[in-house]
Write a protein that binds this ligand. Structure first.
Ligand code: PAF
Length: 310
């Protein structure tokens, strides 16, 4: 299958590297020229934990990278991995990748990605999903796979389609453990609540995911943020797949213990974060259903202060 990945950050590289190693024709598309050059000249380097717990390196040299979508043209599958702040911009800038039969998959964090993609792609061609992998960018052409988890995909109308089964099979073949859900709205909210509990707190405290559950105080903040989000989801009639999202978020902390969350990486690198699409989304959605969300409001303000005072 011809696959283009828009956004070659740590997660885009992780999926791209594994899919290309399994025989798919994958091109990464990114604006970072030194990163693209390094991948094309020396391959993509990925560190990952071995069974003994030490970090081992793998080189993916069949993957291609470019800054120019015209070099790729129309593909079978586009996977969008840019920060949700840039979804609309990146989709519009790369519209040459979309043909009438191109499936577009968003595996991004945060709320609002499907609507942003639908400004360019036909909504019937969009599928959504979540990933519980954790990955960190170490430098141009170099990432660390810091924690594994499932990928879950779903059609927007809840049907289990043939294309969905094909994509799930392709991912599984590449070693990306993947399942299909009939409840994609619940799935996106499940992931949103994980990000609500982990991302802002790790970025404010400057710690890896696992640390959040090492002290009672940070664990309590995580619990309160996720509980507020759960109440908002319930008031909006969302059917969550996890009956206990707090426990699930703590499990993700443990499974990706070594990972520096995407928001921590953004703050460290002086980039704008996805706070408006994560904790900020809980505040907005909470207002709409008259559910107070003071912890999420505070986390949003703290992250926005960090962004402004860098
Ligand atoms: O945004 C992230 O970093 C990831 O979604 C997650 C699962 C919190 C792991 O770090």
């Amino acid at each position: 299958m011809r696959i283009a990945i828009i956004g070659a950050g740590a997660m885009g590289c992780l999926y791209g590297g594994l899919l290309s190693a399994s025989g798919q024709d994958v091109t990464l598309l990114d604006i970072m020229e030194d990163h693209v050059k390094e991948i094309n000249e020396n391959g993509l380097r990925m560190e990952g934990k071995s069974a003994s717990g030490s970090f081992e390196e793998q080189i993916f040299d069949t993957i291609k990278a470019t800054t120019n979508p015209l070099e790729i043209g129309v593909v079978d599958l586009v996977i969008i991995f840019v920060k949700s702040t840039f979804t609309r911009q990146a989709t519009e800038a790369n519209r040459v990748l979309f043909g009438p039969d191109t499936t577009v998959l968003t595996l991004q964090n945060g709320m609002g990605n499907v609507d942003a993609i639908a400004t360019v792609a036909d909504k019937a061609n969009i599928i959504a999903g979540t990933t519980a992998h954790g990955a960190t960018m170490l430098g141009p052409g170099h990432i660390r796979h810091a924690g594994s988890g499932k990928t879950i995909l779903g059609e927007l109308d809840g049907k289990v389609s043939k294309r969905m089964e094909e994509i799930a099979a392709l991912f599984n073949q590449a070693g990306l453990e993947t399942e299909v859900t009939e409840n994609v709205t619940g799935l996106l909210w499940d992931k949103l609540l994980v990000n609500v509990g982990i991302n802002a707190l790790t970025a404010i405290l400057g710690v890896t995911n696992g640390k959040l559950v090492e002290t009672r105080e940070s664990e309590s903040l995580l619990e309160q943020a996720v509980e507020e989000g759960k109440k908002v989801a319930e008031a909006r009639g969302v059917r969550l797949n996890h009956s206990d999202p707090v426990a699930h978020t703590k499990e993700v902390c443990r499974a990706t213990a070594e990972n520096r969350s995407s928001m921590l990486q953004d703050i460290t690198n002086g980039r704008k974060t996805e706070i408006d699409m994560i904790n900020g989304a809980i505040v907005r959605e909470g207002r709409a259903v008259s559910i107070p969300t003071p912890v999420n409001e505070l986390l949003t303000l703290l992250i926005k202060s960090k962004e402004a005072l860098k």
